[in-house]
Structure formats: structure tokens, C-alpha cells
Design a protein around this ligand. Structure first.
Ligand code: UDP
Ligand code: MG
Length: 309
């Protein structure tokens, strides 16, 4: 019998975990495999850990790792993938926005003999139930990142996917500190089968993503999967040089023909401020990349486990 691991990061999800567990149990028989739960308690401050302990006591297929503090969902996913022992591994949210009812179909596709697929991924058909502003910015983000990066990142793609052991190993072997899962999933390659479904509201609890957290997350994605901004800032520099040179020639010619009465210093100041701003902008872009190198070279551990069972 094959083993299917479910990797589930949880941050303050005391209400959602029991609902999730029951939902998976109710479809368990439709999957032709043993199921193993790999919960990650991402430094929750509520009763999440107690609930995981209880589940582990009642059901030996429930395992968990508890972090010493909140390390973020990306670290949770990595820890879960590392602890999973299954032939297939699915990553999913605990709030049932990633419906367990899709698991049997996903498993069937991957488990088929001679299948070319190593991954079944999901994406949302619509963004219903999400604030309008948030949808608009999401769309913009996917548009920009796909223009800037060679690694395709699908609009509406969720972190809900099931992967073969081979693909999971490839992901674990990618020892990046700044992890952007949507990018890593796509970067490692392998044939992926896409399933689309309607957006579903959270079963319990509230979302952990504020607008600014999402904004930082998208910046993370762009920095991790594109160096186009660096090219753009160099390109901008070249254009400015050309413009400046043309100006220089024109001004010299003008001075030679008509003399050089002192005038136009307001325009001079505007130009200097403008150029100063551009330099600052480009330095900022370079700085963002350097900050990533900085964090990467520290080789900090991506997460710290304080309890594991
Ligand atoms: N999560 C986590 N660590 C965090 C934030 C979130 O492990 O720092 C988990 C959370 O418990 C949930 C999943 O990541 O299982 C997705 O979070 P959420 O539902 O808040 O995000 P949304 O679905 O609104 O994008
Ligand atoms: Mg959610």
C-alpha cells in the first residue's frame, strides 16, 4: 500500500484543526493509500499545540513538529516536506480553503501506472469573497512577475498540491533561505496537472495575511525569481547618460553661438533632484538584492523545532 503524507502548516488554528481532521477522515476511504498527517505548529500562541498533542495520542498517523516561534508558512512547508515519509505528499492549508475532497482525484492522477505527472496543482477559478483591492493587486503582481521572470508563476495558483517523492526530494534539496514556494514548485520542473476550483471561505479563524504582509511576500517573489530590476536600473542609467550627453552638446553649441547669460537655475535644480532620486531608486534596488545575499550567506536555519512527535 502506498503512503500519502499531508503537510499542513498551522498558525493559531485551534478551531480549524479538528474540522480539518474530520474532513480528511470522511474521505479517507476514497483514497487507495495509507494517510499520514504532518502538522506544523508555526509558533502558535493559542491551543494549537495542545490539539495536535491530543490528536497524536488518539491517532498514530498524526505527527507534528512545533516551532520555537513563528517562522512563517514557507518554513512550515519546508519542515513538513522534510518530515513527510510518503510516496506522495500533499501540501494544504488547514482552513479547508484547500478542500480535502479533491485529494482522491489528485491521488488517482499521480498513482496511475505510467503517468507522466509528478504533481497535481490547484488554482482558483475566481477570487470571489476577496476584497476588490486585494484582487486587483494580486492580478498586478502576477502580471509583473511573469513579465520579469523566466519561472512561470500562475495567477490564482494555491499552495495546495500533491507531488511525487522525486519532486518532493528536489524541493527539499533546494536550500534557499528566502523561500518562495510558488516559485520553487515551478522552478524544479516536472509535469504538472492543473485542477481549477471555486474559491472557498475559511472554515474557522481568520486569515493571517494583512495587505502589507502580502505586499512583502510579492516583493520576495520578484526578488527571488527575477534580476530584471537590476537590468532596468542599469538601463535607466545608460539612458540618462545619453540624454545628458545630448544636452551637453546642445548647450555648448548654444553658448558658442549666443553667448552664455546665466539663467535657468530652477530647471537645473529640478534636474539634479530628479537625477538624485533616480540614483537613490537604483541604489535601493541593488540594496534589496544585497539584503537577500546577506541573509542567504548567514546560512541561518530556516526553522527551529522545540517539540516533535
Ligand atoms: N500559516 C502558517 N504560518 C504563518 C501564517 C499562516 O503556518 O505565519 C498557515 C495557516 O495556519 C494556514 C495557511 O498557512 O493553514 C494559510 O494561511 P491563511 O489561511 O491565513 O492564508 P490565506 O488562505 O488567507 O491566504
Ligand atoms: Mg486560508
Amino acid at each position: 500500500m502506498k503512503l500519502l503524507s499531508l503537510v499542513v502548516p498551522c498558525y493559531n488554528e485551534e478551531k480549524a484543526i479538528p474540522i480539518f481532521y474530520d474532513a480528511v477522515m470522511s474521505i479517507k476511504n476514497e483514497i487507495d493509500a495509507e494517510i499520514e498527517f504532518c502538522f506544523i505548529d508555526d509558533g502558535s500562541t493559542d491551543k494549537t499545540l495542545d490539539i495536535l498533542r491530543d490528536l497524536n495520542r488518539l491517532d498514530e498517523s498524526v505527527r507534528y513538529r512545533s516551532f520555537s516561534r513563528n517562522f512563517g508558512k514557507e518554513a512550515g512547508l519546508l519542515a513538513g516536506l522534510e518530515m513527510a515519509q510518503g510516496d506522495f505528499v500533499a501540501t494544504m492549508d488547514v482552513d479547508l480553503q484547500d478542500p480535502p475532497s479533491l485529494l482522491p482525484e489528485m491521488f488517482r492522477i499521480l498513482n496511475e501506472p505510467d503517468t507522466k505527472y509528478h504533481c497535481v496543482a490547484t488554482r482558483r477559478k475566481t477570487r470571489e469573497g476577496e476584497p476588490k483591492v486585494r484582487s486587483a493587486f494580486s492580478k498586478l503582481f502576477y502580471h509583473i512577475i511573469n513579465k520579469l521572470s523566466d519561472t512561470e508563476i500562475r495567477d490564482g495558483a494555491r499552495d495546495y498540491r500533491m507531488m511525487s517523492r522525486m519532486m518532493v526530494n528536489a524541493i527539499i534539496n533546494d536550500r534557499e533561505y528566502n523561500r518562495f514556494s510558488k516559485g520553487i514548485f515551478s522552478w524544479v520542473g516536472f509535469e504538472t496537472y492543473w485542477i481549477a476550483y471555486e474559491n472557498i471561505e475559511r472554515s474557522a479563524g481568520t486569515t493571517k495575511w494583512s495587505f502589507w504582509k502580502l505586499f512583502a511576500y510579492s516583493l520576495e517573489g520578484i526578488l527571488a525569481y527575477s534580476i530584471v530590476p537590476l537590468y532596468l536600473s542599469s538601463f535607466l542609467g545608460i539612458i540618462m547618460c545619453i540624454v545628458a550627453f545630448v544636452f551637453l552638446v546642445l548647450i555648448v553649441i548654444r553658448a558658442l553661438i549666443w553667448g552664455d547669460p546665466v539663467s535657468g537655475w530652477p530647471s537645473m535644480v529640478s534636474i539634479m533632484i530628479f537625477i538624485g532620486g533616480l540614483i537613490q531608486l537604483c541604489l535601493g534596488i541593488v540594496g534589496l538584492y544585497i539584503s537577500k545575499i546577506y541573509l542567504e550567506t548567514k546560512k541561518r536555519q530556516p526553522y527551529i523545532v522545540k517539540e516533535e512527535r
